[in-house]
Design a protein around this ligand. Sequence first.
Ligand SMILES: O=P(O)(O)OP(=O)(O)OP(=O)(O)OC[C@H]1O[C@@H](n2cnc3c(O)ncnc32)[C@H](O)[C@@H]1O
Ligand SMILES: [Mg+2]
Length: 198
Amino acid sequence: MMATLVIATKNPGKAREFKEMLAPAGIEVKTLADFAPFEIIEDGTSFEENATIKAQTASAHLHLPVLADDSGLMVDALDGEPGVRSARYAGDHDDAANNAKLLAKLAGVPDQQRTAHFHTTIVGIKPDGSKLVAHGQVHGHILHELTGTHGFGYDPLFFVDELQTSMGNLTDTQKNQISHRGRALREFMAHFNEWWGE
Ligand SMILES: O=P(O)(O)OP(=O)(O)OP(=O)(O)OC[C@H]1O[C@@H](n2cnc3c(O)ncnc32)[C@H](O)[C@@H]1O
Ligand SMILES: [Mg+2]
C-alpha cells in the first residue's frame, strides 16, 4: 500500500518512531513540521480526549486524514502523576527539567515502590469524521539517575521490566518492539484498512 499519513505531532522523537514503524508498511509519514503552523490547544483531561483534539483540529485544518498520539508516564507512588500533564510537568515542555522534578519527587522512595507505566492513546480522524482509537502500555520502574542516551522525554529514567534495562539504553528499533507507542500503533494498524477505506 502507498499512503501518506499525517501525524499531528510537534515532538521529533515521536515522529522518528512512527516513521520507522510505518515505513515497512509502505506508509510515508508527514508531521506538523511539514505544514504551515496552526494552533492546537491540548486542554483535554484524558489521553483519548487530547489525542482526539489533536487529530480533529489537524484534520479539519488540513482536510486530510490525521493520526495523533497522546501519551504520558504514570508513577504509582505519585498517584499517577505526571499522567496527562507529562509534557509540562515542570512547567515548560523541557525533558531535563521534567526528569529532575520526577527524581526530586521520588527522593527516598525505595525500588519496590517506584513502579510506573507509560501509556499511549492513538486516535485517527478522517475529514468525514470517522475515528479509530488504539491504546498501548509498557510497565517498569523509575530509576534513581538518568541512564542511557537514546529516546526522549522520560526514557532515561524508565527501567523496562521485561527487558531489565533503561529505555534510554534501547535503540528506536528495540524500543518500538516493546513500547506503549509501538503496541498502540500495532493495534491501530490491525484496523487501519477498514478505517482508511478503499
Ligand atoms: O503533543 P505532541 O506534539 O505529539 O508532543 P508532546 O511531546 O507534547 O506529547 P504529549 O502531549 O503526548 O506529551 C507526552 C509527554 O510524555 C512524555 N513521553 C511520551 N512518550 C514518551 C516516550 O516514548 N518516552 C519518554 N517520554 C515520553 C514526554 O515527556 C512527552 O512530552
Ligand atoms: Mg503535547
